[in-house]
Design a protein around this ligand. Structure first.
Ligand code: BDR
Ligand code: CA
Length: 308
């Protein structure tokens, strides 16, 4: 079977690091480009973190630095959750900036897509600023995108606010551009992310598996110590990779989704009517459930590929 060509837009962030590790070592995936965006921490830090990960993983995938600010409003980053660097708790190799592309992420995405002989799947695991900007500046790229698979939004409640999930709340205008792009989109939201957790037993297994797993266990222990105590560590962004390679672990529903752009309480909410008989034309396929057991087994098995 030929590998699925993908590009990943990310804001590492430690659950981004787990998703990147799984994707970069997965035998069925060909990661053509990694682009960074401001989100969990600043663009300087997400870019440095992506470079550190590539260095540690020994992978030669191009990395391009993306947008520093959301399209309209200022970023309220996630450093209160992800720590000062976004990947505290492990001593990484220094980032090698000679590996960083000179082009802005949006230009790098455009060039990759327009020069590619085949369609590419766009995986987004951070705020959608780069992708929104890409579609506004270069709408011609849409013809070269097979599908967008993203972690973000929620059909229940949010985490940044009661209604807003972090990735969508951070740049609702960009998310609106993406959800109205007309492209096939699969979304795995926060509510399903809460069921995609790794328990204490699995976390304890990680350091024995390989160096990458040891790093992930250490950084998760640092970053989600409160979750560790409860034995539930959510791996939100890995859901987007699972959706690519093992979609059958999720229950999917086709629906129409709008992003709330206004509102004192509702800004950034992903509003969808899950009753397929109602609503406007479907513009997204949303995961509404996942098998936690299948996710956990898949997560551990996938990380066994990360041999460095
Ligand atoms: C999302 O927000 C970030 O903090 C995580 O990296 C994930 O992409 C979960 O709401
Ligand atoms: Ca993320």
């Amino acid at each position: 079977m030929s590998k699925l060509p993908i590009m990943i837009d990310t804001d590492p962030g430690i659950d981004d690091a787990a998703a990147l590790a799984i994707a970069l070592f997965h035998p069925d995936l060909d990661v053509k480009l990694i682009t960074t965006v401001a989100g969990n921490v600043s663009i300087e830090k997400t870019t440095a973190n992506a470079l550190k990960l590539i260095e540690m993983f020994g992978k030669d995938v191009p990395i391009a630095r993306g947008c520093e600010h959301p399209l309209v409003y200022d970023l309220d980053d996630g450093s209160e959750v992800h720590g000062i660097t976004g990947m505290d708790g492990w001593v990484f190799p220094e980032p090698d900036y000679s590996r960083l592309m000179k082009e802005h992420a949006v230009i790098a995405m455009r060039d990759l897509l327009m020069e590619s002989p085949e369609e590419i799947t766009l995986v987004a695991i951070g705020p959608l600023t780069n992708v929104g900007m890409l579609f506004r500046l270069f709408p011609e790229v849409k013809a070269k995108i097979n599908e967008i698979v993203l972690m973000g939004g929620s059909v229940t409640r949010g985490n940044k606010t009661p209604t807003g999930e972090f990735n969508i709340y951070s740049d609702p205008e960009a998310a609106h551009i993406v959800f109205t792009s007309g492209l096939p989109i699969r979304m795995v939201g926060l509510d399903v992310g809460w069921k995609s957790f790794v328990d204490g037993k699995h976390m304890d297994m990680l350091p024995e598996i390989n160096k990458v797993c040891e790093m992930l266990e250490a950084t998760f222990r640092h970053y989600r110590s409160n979750q560790f105590e409860k034995g539930i560590v959510n791996m939100y962004d890995s859901d987007a990779i699972a959706a690519l390679v093992k979609p059958e672990m999720f229950k999917w529903v086709n629906t129409h989704l709008d992003v709330e752009l206004e509102g004192k309480y509702g800004r950034g909410q992903t509003v969808c009517d899950l009753d397929e008989r109602y609503g406007k034309a479907h513009n997204v396929t949303v995961a509404v459930d996942v098998s936690t057991k299948v996710f956990q087994d898949w997560f551990i098995e996938s990380l066994k590929n990360c041999n460095i």
